[in-house]
Design a protein around this ligand. Structure first.
Ligand code: MG
Ligand code: FE
Length: 169
């Protein structure tokens, strides 16, 4: 395998580990959210997309002769840190979670942008096509989170200010 293809394969494996981490985060968030149904619904939709992304990446990795790595490599560890920093179980976890999601989606956007350039450089049309299919899903999720963040924050604040109303999730 050429040097360039090896880099592409490594990055695809990192992306696969990143999507496994995404799956864990999305599942955990969807399970905990109780009072913000629109957020939970969007998370569940993106969870489905994420599972599809994993399948697409796996097929690209295998076509290049590799096998998917799990979340224990560098990218996975980085994401685990992000998740811990995201503040699950904090009294404001719905807001902190949305902020973390936005950060994570932007990491994904940058990852697929680099992967598309790498696939082009290698001349791997199929991998390029796969990454070009995934990228808009990450962009749409990032956009959705950012657009809903003001309203979500206001909703959290008024729930938090009301007596006997749970706000955090
Ligand atoms: Mg993703
Ligand atoms: Fe995503």
């Amino acid at each position: 395998m050429t040097e360039m293809k090896e880099n592409l394969l490594d990055w695809l494996r990192d992306a696969h580990a990143m999507e496994e981490q995404a799956e864990q985060m999305l599942r955990a968030q969807a399970k905990r959210i109780e009072h913000y149904p629109a957020v939970r619904q969007r998370i569940e939709q993106h969870l489905e997309e994420t599972l599809g992304q994993q399948r697409l990446l796996k097929s690209s990795i295998e076509r290049l002769g590799g096998s998917p790595s799990t979340a224990k490599d560098l990218m996975g560890r980085m994401m685990a840190f992000g998740q811990a920093a995201g503040g699950m179980t904090n009294s404001d976890e719905i807001v902190k979670g949305a902020i973390s999601s936005y950060v994570f989606e932007n990491l994904e956007i940058a990852t697929y942008t680099a992967l598309i350039a790498a696939a082009k450089a290698v001349g791997d049309i199929e991998t390029q096509r796969v990454c070009e299919q995934i990228l808009p899903q990450e962009q749409a999720m990032a956009q959705w989170v950012l657009e809903h963040l003001p309203q979500l924050t206001e909703e959290f604040l008024s729930r938090d200010a009301a007596p006997n109303v749970e706000a955090k999730r």
